[in-house]
Design a protein around this ligand. Sequence first.
Ligand SMILES: Cc1cc2nc3c(=O)[nH]c(=O)nc-3n(C[C@H](O)[C@H](O)[C@H](O)COP(=O)(O)O)c2cc1C
Length: 199
Amino acid sequence: MNRLPDPVDHRRPDYLIDPIFWRRWSPRAMSGESITNEELMRLFEAARWAPSTYNEQEWRFLYATRGGPHWTTFFDLLLPANQTWCANAAVLVVVASSTVFARNGKPNPVHTFDAGAAFQNLSLQGAVMGLVVHGMAGFDAAKARAALHVPPEYKIEAMIAIGRPGDPQLLPEDLREREIPSGRKPVSQIAAEGSFWSA
Ligand SMILES: Cc1cc2nc3c(=O)[nH]c(=O)nc-3n(C[C@H](O)[C@H](O)[C@H](O)COP(=O)(O)O)c2cc1C
């Protein structure tokens, strides 16, 4: 089996950081093997320790495991372009977050920010464990709300595919060509002292 490319061959940080950050990437090639419940819980455990406003922990993760009773429901939420490669995922996750504070019912302006932090924790833990973790916006959120009975005060944020690495040669040609860890803008284009600027 051909292995996934190694980020060390494609990514060079400009400043010294822990390799955990550039080693994480979003492959699409998965083997179709399952992961254990313990492995899945370790990913959610990592998400659990993310920071959030007032420690609200307003993220929620709904999931379906390959072969489990909810798999088809979750898989059918995905756009066809994502279904192509997610057919070999082990777990599909829908991420939602509460738009209001549990403490007082008032709008929480940073619920998506907090949910993103939780996703990143999960994805970094997945990378450490040698799993594929791939975030997705390409799905039908309205369908997800109805199918999974998500209450109106929760925003459906994203989906996540999780699985064991697979053979990139088995991906369709267009995806195979893109199965390489991507680069990044330089820090100078994303951070500046003082006012907003045009990079
Ligand atoms: C919220 C979110 C939504 C995304 N949606 C999709 C998607 O629908 N399909 C897909 O193939 N990749 C999707 N991606 C993956 C991004 O394209 C990928 O993270 C980005 O190109 C950076 O590459 P890297 O994660 O490998 O570093 C998404 C990522 C995030 C964080």
